[in-house]
Design a protein around this ligand. Structure first.
Ligand SMILES: Nc1ncnc2c1ncn2[C@@H]1O[C@H](COP(=O)(O)OP(=O)(O)OP(=O)(O)O)[C@@H](O)[C@H]1O
Ligand SMILES: [Mg+2]
Length: 1046
């Protein structure tokens, strides 16, 4: 059964138990890293529990913890891997409480609220010196730089916003005992956003720079970073041009704290960073030249020594610095010299120059150094502002970042600490007002009852300092301005007079016995919100007056240095009106700041310093407890908790927790408020645990929210699984559907393609066939368009067929493929050519022996072709050299005729001349004669000379009659012979006897001589069968079957 189904059926009690069980598990997990939001701390009134949580998290490197939307940040004093781009991405656009606390979460929330509500915000970063305010403000700025939508143009602004920091830090921060990078000025920075959230511009307000540091540093502290950066990192050429040596020890203004070199600061690389930043923020070459001219001038000024003349007045002897000052400030040496050693006094209508004592000259010199530096710093801020200005006049919303010097207490505290701590006092006041006010307003707006929470209001201290006519500032100003001999001590007396009895003010005189021991006579002590600070009055009047003699200003007006000209405008020295004192200016600027802040929505980052030693991993309980106290964190928490620990807009609450009730899941049809009501009823909230406001639900106890949140955690997993399953199914179906659609589509396309191809093929075929038919029909016409292809085809086809059906032998030559009419002529030519080719081939293949044989055959042919009936049959029978081999001839006969050389022998049948009896004989042909041989006897020798001729019939018999002459008396008469190899024998004979023309092919009968005067006849005829017989009239009848010619 699924969790949801389970939920629907189980009882409320079972549900609560299950939620509790889940909750316990989660609580344990949560316990391990403390609680992410103090509002959820059960023992919310216990400072120890608060501290425990902070410590526990700190040791796990979890430096951020919320109190509602306020972020508490503990300085880790080490690099943590939590500020990467990936982390920024993680926090972008995510609900505040969904991820572990982070400064990015706060920054993102401010940004999104600004965009959503289109109003202005500011982030107040507070904490004592070294608590991490400046770092926090940088992290926020970096987050915006990365997360805001950007364009090329916006990137420019973004880079300038980011890089304004290193410049201002170089000129306005310094190493103090509390912090190696302590801000010695207050900074409020507006980042301006367009309606899409792009950072389009910015503006910086700076507050009271601690100028005294330029000329004096306490032990263990340094001057402003820029001096060391220039001396350590400046290029050789630059230093040469400025007349500086690469050795801080050479400069009086840099060595008073006896710690010009600090391991934690890398001046060289910081110099490079500042150089780059200056170029990005569009400082021109000449600006940079003038700027470092001034920085070097301050160092030279510090090294100026005054001698005393006989009257005790200050004189300048052999000061090489004067040369450099004159060069860098562009003021003639004489003029400078006069300005540094004299003061102009206006007596009635006269102007008199009064020389300084040596001591006074040093004072005036330092005053000038401070003035130059302080004014240059203001110029620098102005210059940065110029580069950040947003040209577009359409309405913008802003996020302000306030990073001001933190509350600080040193062993010796002076006017500067007084101002800094007063400023922190004011910000604390603002914090109190805003947090209480907003809380109160929220309850009122939502129609919820509100019970006030007691808290320490530091207004009493603010009043002590700033109250008109009665406050310390007023008394200080009075002392500064009044004629007569006012001194720091008279100021102290006035204070004692006016402030006596104030619970936050005490002096040596006013103190009780015990306290008095801790106070010097020249001290006064204020009990600030953040602790006691004892101020030494020495220097208060001077610093407050910040006197720069008028003639010195005039000297500066003659400068050729562009920044100095800008910083000492020509109108100023003329003004007779006393300028406002420093503290009054500061007070007024803080009023201005308060106004700026009050018009915006506040967000808070409270920074805490874990130990005084700047050490990572050390959590000093006493120190942190003190800060927790004075930062008002406990009160803030109590205020948060007094009413309701949690509040959420109905829509958001419903959206998040709606899966917990079957009625609200997955969609609620009614209003969000009704939905929330339905949900909390389903969850079993007791009426005392929550209140329904106008737009929000207020939950009193964290436990309630825990339970809900944990139930949601459990439910979320199951929901996630179900959603995942559903989604996977949906995805798979979608994938399948897509594939199927794709397959159908491909199939259709493929079919269409095939069909198109088929149609084309058919169309082509029709065309071809039509052409073929047309061609066929016009095949006998001369070649024209219509039959050209057909004829080509016919030609091709005929030639192809012909190639495959060529006669193989010369005798088959007439078996020639019948050509189509158009090929007739070609065919004839080809046939002729081919036959010739065959013949040639044949002839070439004939051997000499065969040739000789064939020549014999030719001879035979010439004798018998067309004359004797059975000649054709002999054609295919090859002639042999002989038909009787020598062994078969009787030896005697051989011996007898050997000398004549036997050319050919063949068995014959001899018919007697008178009785025609047949007798088997051998006919041997030699070179000179033919022999008829019977066994060992030569029956008859016919010398070729006596051979008159040879007769054969024209029929198919094998008879031959050799006619002999009677000249040879040894002759017995003509020979009637039958020979199976008639043509062969006769051919051989005619060759041997050289009697080609003596063969007579007779018809009917052949006469032959039996003996002189006695003749016989052989008759030839064709009959049914072959036979030889003697006719009644004594003639030899040779009958032969008729053979058909092939
Ligand atoms: N989030 C942080 N991560 C790592 N180091 C930090 C962090 N915050 C502060 N630090 C360390 O603490 C030092 C002091 O911090 P920072 O300069 O921000 O203090 P501050 O509150 O501005 O002090 P001041 O009032 O003197 O200007 C930093 O130089 C840095 O070394
Ligand atoms: Mg700072």
């Amino acid at each position: 059964m699924t969790h949801l189904a389970l939920e629907m059926t189980e009882s409320l009690e079972e549900r609560c138990n299950r939620i509790l069980r889940n909750m316990e598990g989660s609580l344990m997990a949560r316990d391990r890293v403390g609680i992410q939001d103090f509002v959820l701390l059960d023992a919310y009134t216990s400072e120890s529990a608060f501290l425990d949580n902070l410590r526990k998290r700190f040791h796990e490197n979890l430096i951020y913890t919320y109190i509602g939307t306020l972020l508490v940040s503990v300085n880790p004093y080490k690099e943590l891997d939590i500020y990467s781009k990936k982390q920024m991405d993680t926090y972008m656009g995510v609900n505040f409480f969904e991820l572990p606390p982070h400064i990015y979460a706060l920054a993102d929330n401010v940004f999104r609220t600004m965009l959503a509500e289109f109003n202005n915000h500011f982030i107040l970063i507070s904490g004592e010196s070294g608590a991490g305010k400046t770092e926090a403000s940088k992290k926020i700025l970096q987050f915006y730089a990365v997360s805001c939508p950007s364009t090329k143009l916006l990137n420019n602004v973004r880079d300038r916003l980011l890089l304004s920091n290193p410049i201002l830090e170089a000129f306005g921060n310094a190493k103090t005992l509390k912090n190696d990078n302590s801000s010695r000025f207050g900074k409020y920075m507006d980042i301006q956003f367009d309606h899409q959230g792009g950072a389009v511009g910015g503006h910086i307000l700076s507050y009271l720079l601690e100028k005294s540091r330029v000329v004096h540093q306490n032990h263990g502290e340094r001057n402003f970073h820029i001096f060391y950066q220039l001396v350590e990192g400046g290029e050789e050429d630059l230093l040469r041009w400025l007349g500086l040596e690469r050795n801080c020890q050479r400069y009086r203004y840099l060595v008073q704290g006896a710690c010009a070199k600090v391991t934690s600061i890398n001046d060289k690389s910081d110099w490079k960073t500042v150089q780059k930043a200056l170029s990005v923020v569009e400082f021109s070459e000449s600006d940079i030249e003038s700027l470092f001219g001034i920085i070097a001038s301050v160092l030279h000024l510090g090294n100026i020594k005054f001698d005393t003349d006989s009257l005790g007045y200050a004189v300048l002897n052999n000061n090489p610095e004067m040369h450099w000052l004159s060069k860098l400030l562009g003021i003639p040496t004489q003029v400078l010299q006069q300005g540094l050693t004299h003061r102009k006094i206006e007596a009635k209508s006269e102007e008199v120059y009064s020389p300084f004592s040596a001591e006074h000259a040093v004072y005036a010199r330092d005053a000038l150094a401070k003035a130059i530096y302080g004014r240059t710093f203001n110029w620098l801020v102005g210059k940065i502002n110029e580069s950040l200005v947003n040209q577009d006049s359409s309405r913008k919303t802003v996020i302000g970042l306030l990073d001001i010097y933190g509350f600080e207490v040193f062993h010796m505290n002076s006017f500067e600490q007084f101002c800094i701590n007063y400023c922190n006092e004011k910000l604390q006041q603002l914090f109190i007002q805003l947090t209480l006010r907003s809380e109160q307003e929220e309850y009122q707006m939502e129609g919820i009852e509100w019970e006030p929470v007691p808290y320490f209001n530091n207004k009493i201290i603010c009043d002590l300092v700033e109250e008109k006519h009665r406050g310390i500032i007023s008394i200080l100003d009075e002392e500064c301005l009044r004629p007569g001999e006012a001194t720091d001590l008279t100021f102290l007396e006035k204070l004692e007079e006016k402030m006596g009895g104030h619970p936050h003010f005490v002096t040596h005189k006013l103190a009780d016995q015990k306290t008095r021991k801790t106070l010097e006579r020249g001290d006064f002590r204020l009990l600030h919100y953040a602790g006691e600070v004892t101020y030494c009055v020495v220097g208060f009047l001077d610093k407050n007056n910040d006197l720069l003699y008028r003639n010195v200003k005039e000297v500066m007006r003659q400068s050729k240095n562009a920044i100095i000209i800008h910083c000492f405008p020509s109108t100023e020295p003329e003004s007779k009106k006393r300028p406002e004192t420093v503290v009054t200016q500061f007070k007024n600027s803080l009023v201005g700041l308060t106004d700026i802040l009050m018009s915006k929505e506040p967000w808070y980052v409270r920074c805490i310093k874990p130990n005084e030693g700047k050490q990572p991993g050390r959590f000093d309980d006493v120190l942190v407890r003190h800060q927790v106290k004075y930062l008002g964190l406990m009160e803030h928490l109590r205020v948060r908790r007094a009413g309701f620990a949690y509040r959420r807009r109905y829509e958001i609450f419903l959206q998040r927790y709606k899966p917990l009730s079957p009625d609200t899941w997955p969609n609620w049809k009614g209003t969000a408020e009704e939905g929330v009501l339905c949900l909390v009823k389903h969850l079993g909230y007791k009426p005392s645990e929550y209140k329904m406001g106008r737009t929000k639900i207020f939950i009193r106890h964290p436990r309630t929210l825990f339970a809900t949140e944990d139930a949601f955690e459990v439910c979320k997993h199951e929901l996630a699984t179900r959603i995942q399953a559903k989604y996977k199914g949906y995805k798979a179906r979608e994938g399948y559907q897509r594939q199927r659609d794709a397959a159908t589509k491909i199939e259709n396309c493929w079919r269409a393609l095939l069909a198109r191809k088929e149609r084309q093929r058919r169309a082509w075929a029709v065309k071809v066939i039509k052409k073929f038919i047309k061609g066929f029909m016009t095949r006998n016409q001369p070649t024209n368009v219509e039959n050209r292809e057909y004829l080509a085809y016919v030609r091709n086809s005929y030639l192809t067929r012909l190639k495959e059906n060529l006669p193989e032998t010369v005798p088959d030559r007439n078996a020639w493929l019948t050509p189509p009419p158009i090929m007739r002529e070609a065919s004839q030519l080809l046939q002729k050519l081919y036959i010739r080719h065959m013949v040639r081939k044949y002839v070439r293949s004939v051997t000499p022996q065969r040739k000789a044989q064939l020549q014999l055959k030719v001879l035979t042919s010439s004798m018998f072709k067309g004359k004797k009936e059975n000649y054709p049959f002999s054609v295919c029978r090859p002639f042999l050299d002989t038909r009787i081999c020598e062994e078969d001839i009787n030896l005697k006969v051989l011996q007898m005729i050997q000398h004549e050389c036997i050319k050919y022998s063949v068995p014959v049948v001899k018919y007697d001349r008178s009785g025609f009896r047949p007798r088997l004989r051998q006919l041997l042909l030699t070179q000179t004669a033919a022999y008829l041989v019977a066994e060992a006897k030569v029956k008859q020798r016919i010398d070729y000379g006596s051979l008159k001729g040879v007769s054969v019939s024209n029929l198919s018999d094998n008879f031959l009659i050799l006619h002999v002459t009677w000249d040879d008396i040894k002759q017995k008469g003509d020979l009637v012979l039958q020979c199976d190899h008639l043509f062969e024998a006769l051919t051989k004979l005619s060759v041997a006897a050289n009697k080609h023309n003596s063969v007579n092919v007779a018809q009917g009968s052949v006469r032959f001589d039996i003996q002189p005067g006695k003749e016989g006849f052989v008759d030839f005829k064709s009959g049914q069968e072959s036979m030889v017989y003697r006719t009644k009239n004594g003639r030899l009848m040779v009958e032969s079957t008729r053979t058909k010619a092939r």
